[in-house]
Ligand binder design. Sequence first.
Ligand code: ITT
Ligand code: NA
Length: 186
Amino acid sequence: MSLRFVTGNEGKVREARAYFDGITDVEQVAYDYAEVQADDLETIASRGAVEAYRELDGTEPLFVEDSGLAIEALGGFPGPYSAYVEDTLGIERVWNLAADEENRRARFESVIAHVDGDPADPDVETFTGTVAGTIVAPRGEGGFGYDPIFAYNGATMAEMGATEKNAISHRGRAFATFAEWLAEDE
Ligand code: ITT
Ligand code: NA
């Protein structure tokens, strides 16, 4: 068995390979699916997975993963705009916004959408994971995206290796429920 992961994000692929090491190969498929501006990640991920499935061959199962950061004191910002805000403001300025707040609590959320079956009426399964942490001044060289400013138990996610990060992260938790479902399905 091999899994097809539709993503342009190398960091996500690294984490998927670390998680499924010894279980299954993870193949990266670089199809850029449209991200609908829906508020919830589950809708974004499900629609993206179905679109990719139809645009590709529609025969081999695949999955996508969408994630976002929500900073409590900023009303959940950047939320569904996390990728856009990282590209435009950058994480240093997101840190500056949070630094003005007393409450530095934040959460990461991850949704995996797996699609299989008839492309006209596909079977979509979603798996979610979250992690609560704190926004801090940037630290660490590992990971990707907001990792240098997201701390969990005193360490930023950029200070963790992929396996260590998977053990606590939103994506690692989503991988865990996904892996359980894959094992049942075999
Ligand atoms: P895809 O091709 O898979 O969509 P992407 O990088 O566009 O890759 P998302 O649409 O899920 O990913 O955007 C999520 C944003 O949140 C983006 O800015 C990521 O860098 C960031 N992000 C997601 N997971 C993260 C993590 O584990 N650590 C730090 N930042 C993360
Ligand atoms: Na994306």
